[in-house]
Design a protein around this ligand. Structure first.
Ligand code: NCD
Length: 280
């Protein structure tokens, strides 16, 4: 973890290869065993966590709640904070975070509807802010989970070919995953998306700065026989203009792709899958 005083989780670049391999993964394995064997723990029994979700969520919110509760923490949660919090009355995010601080919570899990919202929250917070997705920005905790899943399967994260597929422009999971997997050695990315949904320049610049091998393509079929990981994502409809025309050809895991897919490869999807691209 970075040596900042308050240990926020804001973007996946803040983590490094060494920490993931030597501290995070062993700790996740320990927690997994704990859940399987004991079900619960009292590790956080003196803690309270505030969950502040301004955008829709099923898995992320429920799994944060479940994790906090299984570790003995108490939670306060608002699942539609843009309507059911004082945001609708015009309160700024900074003020909301200041109030949560004054109520002596131990951490805030936030899904902001603004890119950079988690950073904005962290700027005024004395307690850790955990970014559970900031609009089209990042989703670092999903990326931590994804790299663990890949690591568990291959027992390595170096020397992998990874296809990131779908709405790479608006999807925050692929952005965070690109930053995080980019920390490993000899990683190659195939960025598979229709032209209008390709990865944004900040990630391409990051790849270039760190000499990370990558190729852009419109067709999953063209790379399916070579990749170790296929990471599919949905069309982020909510970030498009109404009635935008989209064509999911090329980013679908159809029979043709399945027939040529490298048999040792694994398929991941952060979910939800949807009929926008009908990718899975
Ligand atoms: C993703 C998200 O919210 O960014 N879901 C998740 O957290 N697992 C993926 C998505 O919405 O497409």
């Amino acid at each position: 973890m970075p040596s900042k005083k308050i240990q926020h989780i804001l973007e996946s670049q803040q983590f490094n290869r060494h920490w993931l391999l030597t501290q995070f993964f062993p700790e996740v394995a320990r927690m997994k065993r704990l859940v399987e064997v004991k079900g619960v723990s009292s590790a956080l029994s003196d803690k309270t966590v505030c969950l502040l979700f301004y955008e829709p969520s099923t898995r992320t919110r429920i799994s944060f709640e479940q994790a906090a509760q299984k570790l003995g923490a108490k939670i306060a949660s608002t699942e539609n904070a843009s309507e059911f919090s004082s945001a609708i009355k015009g309160e700024s995010l900074a003020d909301t975070i200041r109030v949560i601080n004054s109520l002596k919570f131990d951490a805030v899990v936030i899904r902001s509807d603004m890119e950079g919202g988690a950073v904005e929250a962290a700027n005024v917070s004395q307690i850790p802010i955990i970014n559970a997705g900031d609009a089209a920005g990042q989703h670092p905790t999903q990326a931590l989970l994804d790299v663990y899943t890949i690591f568990e399967h291959f027992k390595r994260l170096d020397n992998l070919k990874v296809a990131l597929v779908g709405d790479l422009k608006n999807g925050r999971t692929t952005r965070s995953l690109a930053y995080l997997l980019g920390k490993f050695k000899k990683i190659h990315f195939d960025l598979v998306a229709p032209a209008a949904f390709q990865m944004k320049q900040d990630i391409l610049d990051y790849f270039d700065r760190h000499n990370i091998s990558h190729k852009r393509t419109k067709s999953l079929e063209s790379v399916a026989d070579q990749v170790d990981v296929v990471y599919l994502t949905r069309l982020q409809k909510e970030r498009l203009k109404k009635n935008s025309k989209v064509n999911g050809n090329g980013v679908r895991l159809n029979d043709k792709v399945m027939a040529i897919l490298n048999k040792k490869s694994i398929i991941l999807h952060p979910l939800p899958r949807s009929d926008g691209f009908n990718e899975l």
